[in-house]
Write a protein that binds this ligand. Structure first.
Ligand SMILES: CC(C)(COP(=O)(O)OP(=O)(O)OC[C@H]1O[C@@H](n2cnc3c(N)ncnc32)[C@H](O)[C@@H]1OP(=O)(O)O)[C@@H](O)C(=O)NCCC(=O)NCCS
Length: 143
């Protein structure tokens, strides 16, 4: 099967907020049941955002990088999963983190996604914990 085309780009919370929010609303709030009050936080205005778009420019994936080197809100719409988009987004985020000069990055991984992050070299630390009702582990990658 041919892979449908998509692009990954840097996004901006002011200009791309509707697109970023659409993906996060569908994936985290509707699919995973994360409460709206937990989905949007004060970090969105300060974070660097990344957007995956289909050939028509519709938003299909998001990620963000916080000023302290935390990666989060990694999401791909269900229809588009397992086609390499999450991998392409993570590579884009890690390139941005290296360019910024971070020595390492961290994230809170939903436990079902540990294997996805391990592929990039992320290592899990500490005990499992609950956030928004979902089990997580802290993961770290030396850059
Ligand atoms: C996690 C997520 C972003 C991955 O995006 P994706 O576009 O499907 O990822 P890729 O296609 O690049 O996957 C690459 C590899 O990661 C692994 N992988 C991806 N999702 C996985 C999952 N849920 N469980 C186990 N392995 C997974 C697979 O090995 C996959 O390779 P394969 O398809 O050849 O087997 C996506 O599943 C998602 O949005 N999930 C819902 C939101 C979420 O849980 N986000 C993570 C928050 S910490």
């Amino acid at each position: 099967m041919n892979k449908p085309p998509y692009t990954i780009r840097n996004a901006d919370w002011d200009d791309d907020r509707l697109a970023l929010k659409h993906v996060r609303r569908v994936v985290f709030m509707q699919e995973q049941g994360v409460p709206e009050a937990l989905e949007w936080d004060e970090w969105d205005a300060a974070a660097r955002h990344f957007l995956a778009e289909d050939a028509q420019g519709h938003p299909i994936g998001t990620a963000r990088l916080l000023p302290d080197g935390h990666i989060g809100r990694m999401a791909v719409l269900e229809f588009w999963r397992r086609r390499g988009i999450g991998t392409a987004m993570m590579r884009h985020v890690l390139a941005a983190a290296r360019e910024t000069g971070f020595g390492h990055v961290e994230l809170a991984a939903q436990t079902h996604a540990l294997k996805f992050y391990e592929r990039f070299g992320f290592v899990a630390h500490g005990d499992e914990f609950m956030d928004a009702g979902i089990p997580h582990r802290t993961m770290r990658l030396e850059l």
